[in-house]
Every structure is written in structure tokens, then in C-alpha cells.
Design a protein around this ligand. Structure first.
Ligand code: 5GP
Ligand code: ZN
Length: 125
């Protein structure tokens, strides 16, 4: 699918994160631009726990294609900026995206978890 065709895919009316991106469900937004929205997780698992989403509805990382490269670059660049502004960049932080049931995904709209402010274990549980 071309980027133009992708951009034409409408928001999913029943998708929680599409609705947060559209502003119809409230969230503590920490960044928004034409392509990316970032907001604080409602149930934080770390002192800093931010979710970054593309405005466009993509169900998960399993649905990404090559033309999504610039969008992914944007998501990671915004995450790096937020890590700096949140004061977690120097100590280190974690960026995670869960995929599917066994991956622990509970909201079917692609999101990066940006987590920091404490040490994390590896591998995750
Ligand atoms: P997943 O489990 O899909 O990787 O991550 C979904 C995340 O969304 C969870 O960390 C969960 O706490 C968060 N979440 C679920 N519902 C809401 C909501 O209504 N608002 C916000 N800000 N976060 C939510
Ligand atoms: Zn969505």
C-alpha cells in the first residue's frame, strides 16, 4: 500500500487510542503533531510511562510495512525527545511494543511504551 493510500485509512470509531488521538477521550497529552500523539499511561508501571501512537490506526507492529519507515522514525525521535525532557535519558530507559495476546498487547492500536525512572530487568516477564 502506498503512503497516500495508507493515509486515507479512516480512524476506527471503536478504537480507544484513535479516540484519544481525536480528543474524544481525555488523556494527559505530552506531545502531539500531525502524525504522532504521546500521552501518559493511565496505569503507569514506572515513574515515567508514556504511550506514543501514530494518529493513523495501525493494529500492531505486525502490520507495519516498509513505507511506514518515516513514521517509525518519527515515533522513535519523539520518544527520544520525551526521554530527554522527562529527565530519564541519561540513566537509560526502555521502549517496548507488545504484539498480540502472548506479547501482552491489550489495545489493538500500535503504541510504543516509553518507560523510565527506575531500572528494568531483562528479559521482561
Ligand atoms: P498494551 O497492554 O497494549 O501493551 O498497552 C496498553 C496500555 O494502555 C496499558 O499500559 C494501559 O495501562 C494503557 N491504557 C489502557 N486504557 C487507557 C486509557 O484509557 N488511557 C490511557 N492513558 N492509557 C490507557
Ligand atoms: Zn486506532
Amino acid at each position: 500500500m502506498t503512503e497516500a493510500a495508507r493515509a486515507a485509512v479512516p480512524a476506527e470509531p471503536d478504537c480507544l487510542f484513535c479516540r484519544i488521538a481525536a480528543g474524544t477521550i481525555p488523556a494527559t497529552i505530552v506531545h502531539q503533531d500531525e502524525d504522532v500523539v504521546a500521552f501518559r499511561d493511565i496505569a503507569p508501571r514506572a515513574p515515567t510511562h508514556i504511550l506514543l501512537i501514530p494518529r493513523r490506526h495501525i493494529p500492531s507492529a505486525a502490520d507495519l510495512v516498509e513505507v511506514d519507515g518515516p513514521l517509525l522514525g518519527r515515533l522513535f525521535a519523539v520518544a527520544a525527545d520525551l526521554a530527554r525532557s522527562e529527565g530519564i535519558a541519561d540513566a537509560g530507559f526502555r521502549i517496548v511494543t507488545n504484539v498480540g495476546r502472548w506479547g501482552g498487547q491489550t489495545v489493538d492500536h500500535l503504541h510504543l511504551h516509553l518507560m523510565g525512572g527506575r531500572a528494568f530487568e531483562w528479559p521482561p516477564g
